[in-house]
Design a protein around this ligand. Structure first.
Ligand SMILES: *Cc1c(COP(=O)(O)O)cnc(C)c1O
Length: 386
C-alpha cells in the first residue's frame, strides 16, 4: 500500500468486532478477565487500550517501524524515550531543538545524572568528535525549530552505528509524509503529534516509534511504568487527523512555495530560512532525504523594520505559538516559543530577536498572499537603514 492509502487503511483502521470504519473509542479503564491468572489481550488501559493500540499500530506503519507508542504530549514521548538511559550516560544533542526539549534536558534530565553535549548537527565531524566512552545516543531534529537547519540522518546514523549508539530523530517538522528517519538508519522517531499529525490545533499528543525489538520492549515498559499515556478520546482524534495528512500536506506545500516566492522577491525581507530554497545551506541534504520541504518558513526583515508591526498588521494569519495546524500561525521565537533560552545563547545559535516563524496553513493561497503583502506594506513608512 502506498503512503496516502496507508494513512487511511494502515495499521488497525477498523474495528475487528463490528467492522466500523472508524475505530470505536474504548473508554474503559479495565477489562473483564474470563479466568484467574490468564493472559488476556486487554487488562488495564495504561498498559494497553484498543483505541490507543489502533493508533499505535497505524503510526508504526507510517514510520516504517515495528512498534509505536502514544503519549499525552510530544514532551512526554521525548521524556519516556530519554528514560531508556541511566545516570552517567552521555547523549549528543542537536544545538537547535524545541525550547521545551531544551528545558527538559537542562532542568529535569540533568538532575537525574544524564549528561549532554550540544552539537551543530550540520557538522558531521563535530558530531563524531563529541562521542565519549559513555555516549549512548544521538538526539536531533531535522528540520530544526526555528532555523530549519537540516541534519543528514543517514550520515549521522552511520556515525552512531560505528560507535554503537542509538539515533533518535524528532520528526515533528517533516512528518512521515516527507521523511522516514527509520528507513534512513535511525532507531527511534519521536513526534509532537500536536502539530501536523493531529493537524487541527485541537489536540496535544506525542509518539515514539522504533524498528528495533529490544527498544520496542523497553519503550513499552517505560510507557507503562511512567504512565504518560494518551487517553482513548485523544487517540481516536489523532487517528482521525492522521487520515487527512497527505491531503493537508499537499496544500500546505503549495501555499508555502507561493509565500516563499513572495518573500524572496521582496526587498524588505533580509533573509529566508526554508529547506526548499536552493540558496539555503541545507537544501542538498533536504532534497536527498525529504519528499518535500515542509511548510515551515522562518525569515528576517531588513534591519530597522519592526517584526511586531508586520505581525500586528496581518488580518488572517494568527499570532500564536504551535504549528502544523490547518490555520496559518505566526510568531516571534525570541519572545515566544524560544523565550526560555537565555538571549546570549539564543543569539549564539543564530536566533535573532527579529526572526519571524511562519507555519503555513491550508487557507486559499490568494488570501494568504494578500495578508503577507498587507503586513509588508505596513512597513513601508519605516526607514530601512542598511
Ligand atoms: C511542539 C514540539 C515538541 C513538544 O511537543 P508537545 O506536544 O508540545 O509536548 C517537541 N518537538 C518539536 C519539534 C515540537 O515542535
Amino acid at each position: 500500500m502506498k503512503f496516502n492509502s496507508k494513512l487511511i487503511h494502515g495499521g488497525i483502521s477498523e474495528d475487528a468486532t463490528t467492522g466500523a470504519v472508524s475505530m470505536p473509542i474504548y473508554r474503559a479503564s479495565t477489562f473483564h478477565q474470563k479466568v484467574v491468572g490468564g493472559t488476556p489481550e486487554w487488562e488495564y488501559s495504561r498498559s494497553g487500550n484498543p483505541t490507543r493500540n489502533a493508533l499505535e499500530s497505524l503510526v508504526a506503519d507510517l514510520e516504517q517501524g515495528i512498534a509505536g507508542f502514544a503519549f499525552a504530549s510530544g514532551s512526554a514521548a521525548i521524556h519516556a524515550t530519554f528514560s531508556m538511559y541511566s545516570a552517567g550516560d552521555h547523549i549528543i544533542v542537536g544545538n537547535d531543538v524545541y525550547g521545551g526539549t531544551f528545558r527538559l534536558i537542562n532542568k529535569v534530565l540533568k538532575r537525574f545524572g544524564l549528561e549532554f553535549t550540544v552539537v551543530d548537527m550540520q557538522d558531521l565531524s563535530a558530531v563524531e568528535k563529541a562521542v565519549q566512552d559513555n555516549t549512548v545516543a544521538i538526539y536531533f531534529e531535522t528540520p530544526t525549530n526555528p532555523l530549519l537547519q537540516i541534519a543528514d540522518i543517514e550520515e549521522i546514523s552511520k556515525i552512531a552505528k560505528q560507535h554503537h549508539l542509538q539515533t533518535i530523530v524528532d520528526n515533528t517538522f517533516a512528518t512521515p509524509y516527507n521523511q522516514n528517519p527509520l528507513a534512513l538508519g535511525a532507531d527511534v522517531v519521536v513526534h509532537s503529534a500536536t502539530k501536523y499529525l493531529g493537524g487541527h490545533s485541537d489536540l496535544v499528543a506525542g509518539l515514539a516509534i522504533t524498528n528495533d525489538e529490544q527498544i520496542a520492549e523497553e519503550l513499552a515498559f517505560l510507557q507503562n511504568s511512567i504512565g504518560s499515556v494518551l487517553g482513548p478520546d485523544d487517540s481516536w482524534l489523532l487517528q482521525r487527523g492522521i487520515k487527512t495528512l497527505g491531503a493537508r500536506m499537499r496544500v500546505h506545500h503549495e501555499n508555502t512555495e507561493a509565500i516563499v516566492n513572495l518573500l524572496k522577491n521582496d526587498s524588505r525581507v533580509a533573509k529566508i530560512y526554508y529547506p526548499g530554497d536552493p540558496d539555503f545551506a541545507g537544501y542538498e541534504v533536504a532534497k536527498k532525504q525529504m519528499k518535500h520541504f515542509g511548510a515551515m518558513i522562518s525569515f528576517e526583515l531588513q534591519p530597522g523594520l519592526d517584526p511586531k508591526q508586520f505581525i500586528e498588521n496581518l488580518d488572517m494569519i494568527s499570532l500564536a505559538e504551535s504549528l502544523g495546524g490547518i490555520e496559518s500561525l505566526i510568531e516571534i521565537p525570541a519572545i515566544m516559543t524560544h523565550g526560555a533560552i537565555p538571549r546570549e545563547l539564543r543569539l549564539k545559535k543564530g536566533i535573532q530577536d527579529e526572526l519571524i516563524r511562519l507555519s503555513v496553513g491550508i487557507e486559499d493561497e490568494e488570501d494568504l498572499i494578500a495578508d503577507v503583502k498587507k503586513g509588508l506594506a505596513s512597513l513601508s513608512n519605516q526607514t530601512v537603514n542598511n
